[in-house]
Design a protein. Structure first.
Lengths: 267, 263
């Protein structure tokens, strides 16, 4: 780790693939990650969890992570669903939701009658032909189709293998309707900026740690932050030859990243 | 343009050119007979994701057309040829009705993915299965990339969006095998001993039939039947070699003008 790490005042951590690998059974923690989070909290560094996970409300999500041994609370999490709700309210948009059943409560206070836009999240098994067709028909019937996507990830890793993420289905609807979606999760600049605002630090004082070369690393760098890619989760060796995005450093896992950063801070 | 050689092959679109739904284009059966009297190879070429050759043949025979199964070349045939060429075993996301065209192709332990129009297969589990195969290097073959189609109760998603989603997730590009792809027209000529410049395509779709064929080096004749709408012939550049009222008129033109040319 280079000397630039000494400027760090805050860490932003991706969750899935960095803290744990998700799965139908709740998932399994990645070795050393729970201990790494404790080390960050014991240090002078501020901490924020930045997730694109939209398969559950933040409350349920945090509970699951606590069950896996992580020291984490709801007000430390930046997630796309609350960001989407702010956009919907600001623009008087009434969404048709194509999301996971468990994240629907995040939209409880939003008017959903007579929809004039579609919000798409990681709907997993709800990504059936019938549901996708329903969303398509809402969009194609609108004079100005608005598609809001809770992220643009290609895939993520679950305990039983890689799974298609919301980005693939966002692209499907974009192609079908000849439109461009508005992304509210990572890698949207606004998303990282709101996390930095919560932390009260400047971009150059923050380091993002994630397993997604484009959405974590690329998105954070676009914002002026440094970014590390972990070789866990969805990481594949081919990521190291990515044509556009190059992380400031590679680390084997979160534990190694935290040890290296803390070492720099103490030098 | 270089001097044209004498015509050796005629490619004919089916729906909209020989017939419109369940009626033959008037005079088309007779015209086909006259065409067969000339020293040219005739092939019938069509984009289909659902109907296998056997079903197409049955419909055409009922309408009084004299056609053999091995003269029909469809986007499903093109997909099959590509699978054989690459010697791969496909995961077939196609309609059950299309399966007869893949008879004899091994599908165990798949290392390729073929996507047609198969709403019943476009669920999350099957899409994930396809996604993982492609990520591991399996080629993605799309019968075509239509965005949507019209059903009695409204619009419905076609295969295109699902192909696009898989392309995005895996960072790869699908091989599209149907019209208007150049390879489709070249494959249709395979075994005819005929170069593209020695072939003409007759169809009612200006972009997919005429534009595609001309892009492959053939001549294209647009007919004003089927899906033809006025001014369709202005949609492509270069313009169609010829625009005719219907298939019989196109055949007359071929018999009168295209057979005698010599280098």
């Amino acid at each position: 780790m280079a000397a630039w790490a000494r400027a760090a005042r805050a860490l932003l951590l991706d969750v899935s693939g960095v803290l744990y690998d998700s799965g139908g059974d709740g998932g399994v923690p990645i070795a050393g990650s729970a201990e790494a989070v404790r080390k960050i909290k014991a240090s002078s560094l501020k901490l924020r969890f930045c997730t694109n996970e939209t398969q559950a409300t933040r409350e349920k999500f945090v509970k699951k992570l606590q069950g896996l041994g992580f020291d984490i609370s709801v007000d430390e999490v930046t997630a796309p669903a609350p960001a989407a709700c702010r956009v919907l309210k600001e623009r008087n948009l009434r969404p048709h939701l194509l999301v996971h059943n468990d994240v629907v409560p995040e939209f409880a206070e939003i008017d959903k009658a007579n929809p004039n836009c579609v919000v798409i999240g990681d709907a997993a098994d709800n990504f059936s032909y019938a549901n996708l067709n329903e969303a398509f028909r809402v969009l194609i019937g609108l004079e100005n189709p608005v598609l809001i996507s809770l992220g643009r990830g290609r895939y993520y890793k679950e305990t039983d293998g890689l799974k298609l993420d919301v980005g693939a289905y966002m692209k499907a609807l974009e192609y079908a309707c000849d439109i461009q979606a508005e992304v509210v999760g990572k890698p949207a600049k606004m998303f990282f900026e709101s996390a930095l605002a919560e932390l009260g630090v400047q971009p150059q004082q923050a380091i993002m740690i994630g397993d997604d070369i484009v959405n974590d690393v690329g998105g954070a760098q676009q914002c002026g932050m440094r970014a590390l890619q972990v070789r866990t989760g969805k990481y594949r060796p081919g990521d190291e030859n990515h044509p556009r995005v190059k992380p400031d450093a590679y680390v084997n896992n979160l534990a190694e990243a935290v040890d290296l950063i803390l070492q720099q801070l103490h030098e | 343009m270089a001097a044209r050689r004498a015509l050796k092959a005629v490619l004919v679109d089916l729906s909209g050119t020989l017939h419109v739904e369940d009626s033959a284009v008037p005079g088309a059966q007779e015209a086909l007979k006259r065409l067969r009297g000339a020293p040219v190879t005739v092939r019938f070429v069509t984009n289909t994701t659902k109907e296998c050759k056997r079903d197409l043949l049955e419909r055409l025979t009922k309408l009084g057309f004299d056609i053999a199964e091995n003269e029909i070349f469809t986007s499903l045939t093109a997909a099959r040829n590509l699978l054989e060429q690459k010697q791969v075993r496909p995961l077939l996301l196609v309609d059950d009705k299309a399966l007869p065209d893949f008879t004899g192709i091994a599908t165990h332990d798949p290392n390729a993915v073929v996507v047609g129009l198969a709403p019943e297969h476009f669920n999350y589990e099957m899409m994930n299965k396809a996604f993982r195969l492609i990520l591991d290097g399996a080629p993605l073959i799309a019968i075509h990339k239509a965005r949507y189609f019209k059903k009695k109760n409204g619009l419905a998603l076609g295969p295109g969006p699902f192909v696009t989603g898989l392309e995005y997730a895996t960072g790869t590009e699908a091989t599209v095998v149907g019209k208007p792809e150049k390879t489709f027209f070249l494959e249709a000529l395979r075994g005819t001993d005929c170069a593209p410049e020695e072939a003409v395509m007759i169809g009612d779709d200006c972009r997919d039939d005429v534009g595609g064929a001309q892009n492959a080096g053939m001549r294209g004749i647009l007919v004003r039947t089927g899906k033809y709408r006025p001014a369709d012939e202005d949609k492509i550049n270069p313009a169609p070699y010829l625009t005719c009222e219907n298939f019989p008129e196109a055949v007359e033109h071929i018999l009168e003008h295209l057979l005698g040319e010599r280098e």
